[in-house]
Design a protein around this ligand. Structure first.
Ligand SMILES: [Zn+2]
Length: 452
């Protein structure tokens, strides 16, 4: 089964069977399973989640229920960083299924979120996982008339607004790679070979997502960045085998293994110039965009000189002037526009009700550009006829190893070491700015940061 599952976050076993079900309506477009203990914050988020479910299902046709596991946690207990107050929520990479546009063996496959795949016409049956995505919400950010923007933002990431690729190098905490280059993400199979010893068998690279399938450079809007190239990653010609690590190995040790593999891939690589060019886009302000089916290119947020692995390219570009990361916010509601939902940060003082009233979108939080992005990826706008296109389920096997990996890590205090984890490094430098100006950083975490 072509299941690209690389969810990496899982609560320790103790919580696994717990869950409070929240249904949105009799049609049940969404089914939220909240896996956290009762608290006042949980009550606020429960209302927010139901509201998000209602808003999204007003905009999109959801024929088959989307199952979302929700963890409502004190990020300061889990992340152990001062950034814990300013992180509002996270969406781990959703469960993906690899699909192709035709049955041709030469056709490239892309990772589609399971939530979307359930709504599409497939050439064969798929054995779906019980949950489609997991979101993780910070108790410190629970606030009436505000949290629904956070929960909707996170769910939209899980419905497909997310990439798989990552710039490999010092930006993500791998210091001994000479040159930072963009790459699809690796996947592993793991085996527990001895007490405290795991073998990581690297099997290959994950396909780019349906979101990435539609990304173009602003300077060259006719060419999709990820529909060509990267062949050596996908045709199994890369010589990657396996390595052993102990349960308690530091992120530095883990990254050093990866850096060797990447150095080998990039050595004498003919496509290096293409990869350099793409990498440069990720370090250049708003240089890439999502090309919608009508040809409009919606700019995505990238910054000059800084790459945030979980954020760059995974959010819409803010509509106001913003070149360096620390100037990319505004406290002025008039500087925002109808597509406020998917910006990478959001001022805490704007109430959900105020935003709805000011921007009067046809579909509430979902602005016109976001709707176009979603329908380009395959979602159907509410009330419109759904596409009759058939998608071909790829036969590639991707092992479900990420739950297991996270379980190992969560039991071995992944967050306790003092080495700055990459995603925290990205925001902690700016943390004071965020706190002082009351700006929230809406953040997603990409899988790379935890699983290796
Ligand atoms: Zn986000």
């Amino acid at each position: 089964m072509a299941k690209v599952k690389y969810i990496n976050y899982k609560k320790p076993t103790i919580n696994i069977n717990k869950g409070e079900k929240l249904m949105v309506s009799s049609q049940q477009p969404f089914n939220f399973v909240i896996k956290s203990d009762d608290s006042p914050e949980k009550e606020i988020y429960k209302k927010a989640l139901l509201r998000s479910g209602e808003e999204i299902s007003k905009a999109l046709e959801i024929k088959n229920t989307i199952n979302i596991d929700v963890y409502i946690e004190d990020f300061c207990k889990t992340l152990r960083s001062t950034a814990c107050f300013s992180l509002v929520g996270m969406t781990y990479s959703p469960i993906y299924i690899a699909l192709k546009d035709s049955s041709s063996p030469n056709e490239r496959e892309y990772a589609y979120p399971q939530a979307l795949v359930k709504q599409l016409n497939l050439d064969k049956e798929v054995d779906f996982s019980d949950h489609d995505l997991i979101i993780y919400l910070n108790t410190h950010m629970a606030k009436e008339d505000f949290s629904e923007i956070i929960t909707t933002h996170e769910i939209i990431h899980g419905l497909g607004f997310m990439g798989n690729g990552v710039v490999i190098g010092k930006s993500i905490g791998i210091p001994n790679i000479k040159e930072e280059l963009f790459s699809p993400y690796v996947y592993y199979d793991v085996e527990n070979v001895a007490e405290n010893k795991i073998n990581y068998n690297m099997l290959g690279f994950l396909p780019f997502t349906v979101f990435e399938k539609n990304i173009v450079a602003i300077e060259d809007r006719d060419n999709y960045l990820y529909r060509t190239g990267f062949d050596e990653f996908f045709d199994n010609s890369v010589n990657i085998t396996s390595y052993s690590l102990d349960f308690n190995s530091s992120s530095e040790e883990q990254f050093s293994v990866l850096s060797k593999i990447y150095s080998e891939i990039y050595k004498d690589n003919k496509s290096l110039n293409k990869y350099r060019k793409i990498t440069k886009y990720y370090f250049t302000h708003n240089s890439i965009g999502f090309k919608c089916s009508d040809g409009e290119v919606v700019k995505l947020q990238t910054f000059n000189d800084v790459y945030l692995s979980s954020s760059s390219g995974n959010h819409m570009a803010v509509p106001f002037k913003c070149e360096a990361l620390n100037t990319c916010y505004s406290n002025d509601i008039n500087e925002y526009d109808n597509d406020y939902l998917m910006y990478y940060n959001f001022p805490i003082q704007f109430k959900s009700s105020e935003m709805l009233k000011k921007f009067k979108n046809e579909y509430g939080f979902i602005g016109p550009k976001l709707l176009k992005i979603l329908t380009t990826m395959g979602w159907t706008e509410k009330g419109k006829e759904s596409d009759s296109k058939i998608y071909y389920v790829s036969d590639n096997e991707f092992p479900d190893v990420y739950d297991y990996l996270f379980e190992l890590k969560s039991n071995n205090t992944i967050f306790k070491n003092d080495i700055k984890e990459t995603f925290l490094m990205s925001s902690s430098n700016l943390n004071h700015t965020y706190l002082k100006t009351n700006i929230l950083l809406i953040f997603i975490i990409s899988s790379l940061l935890f699983i290796i």
